[in-house]
Design a protein. Sequence first.
Lengths: 276, 238
Amino acid sequence: MLIRPTTAFAHPVLSPHTDDYGDRIFDISLEVEEAPEAGEVVLSGHYVLDDDAVEELIRSSQATVGIVIESLETYFQRFVPLSGTTFTLEFKRGELRGRVAIQAIIAAAEDGAVLRSPHIAPDYPDHTRALQAGHVVAASSIHWFEAGLDKLLPMESIFRLIANDEMEDGMFQIELDTEAIQIEVNRKLYDTIYGIRGSSIRDILLPSLFLPAVMNALDAMRTSGNEGLRWHRVIEARCSNEGITIDANTDLAWAAQRLLEGPVGLLGTLFNEEDK
Amino acid sequence: MSKLLYVGQQTADFLSDNVEEHLNRYMESGFEDLEPSGDWRIPLSIEADLTPLEELTPDKGRDAEVQNSMLVGLTLASLTPSLARENRVWIRLSHIEGIAYARERWLRNVPQERMAQAIRTHFFASTWTQCRDDHALSRLWWNHHIASAIQPDDPEQALRLILSRADIRSNLIERARVGTRLPLARAIVKRLERDARLAASESAFRNFMKALNIRAAGAQLEMWDEERMDRFIEQCAE
């Protein structure tokens, strides 16, 4: 089970989300290797703990350190106890997909384990420092990564250009209630854009057409209703991979530029090529 | 045995965007005539014999659901969880090999005005919840997958208990943060097997889950041995 920053405990817990142990640290360094086509993931790394009393609990087997891996989209959650400070965890059977959380946890392995760290905030009375098996001693920050192929799909794959003669000349309209984001333009503009897509200046479409379309999509993702549509899943996966959170405070222009990898920067390349 | 097939993105989008236009196909004629052309036949690297899917029974109720879950789980045993989240695998199966079952089970007697919505719910597995709970076939696969993880030596018995009432399925399977904790889920299923009152009463099970949520909050129960976990579950059930 993941220990979320909002979880409250009646005893001191060493975690980046509490001040219970002052400036003491417990965290993991994590490396993710993934072969998404094969559904294979290898997680490796080590944990860092700089509290001697907690280390002693582990050394004396009164506490166990382990890694929790949670992938709700594949109904997978495990607590893997570690025997040393380093770990290599292999998932070769497609166990992980979507947003995957990884957290290191130290938990009491037996009743009566006592927290003796001198770094514990003094306002914890003695009786709160005696634990029962399963009580959490320390929790690292939660590390996330996006497993699977969705994050690798090109952004262009979620757009569909549609000719609609009711559209004014030079104007486009974004429709978000279909699997791909539909960009509707009149026939004349459709032919122009279609021609540009097959030419060397096709990158100009990223800042001029796709950037506002992605902003519209991100805006729609602030409320529920489109989760089942493909464009939503792809953008969500890419946001998760880029560490972008979509909520009322998200700067949509910034987020859309991140997803399209700085599309306005392509203008420089295009003009340089034209100058030559 | 042959390669398991899935549909291309173009076909998946085409079907999803044109449900209303295809109502007659869903109800009567099917998609066999469209299947030979376009990207309906993209092979996966895994193989399966889909003939047993013809034995799926469209009855409602626990016995049929258990039987069907076993059938789909065993027929598609080579699917990994990651592949079993792929909408396009399930679109292929519900539109071709499993359409007769999906139609009889989920569209028969549905009023015309609710037909398109029923199709979107049970023939497409776009989101995780649709995949786990709603799609005609993927729901059965995930039932079996979860029951096998909880009780590998007798998934059918675990299915009988988990599917005995809607509230038990929803507490164990739909609340993934309980069901995915295997030592905990195993102990709950074991308790259901022994405790007739808990297995039979919705209010008893609701109180049990409430006690469990309060008592287990913030604890790493995976540290416990089986005996301690059973004791804990027994206390929650009292």
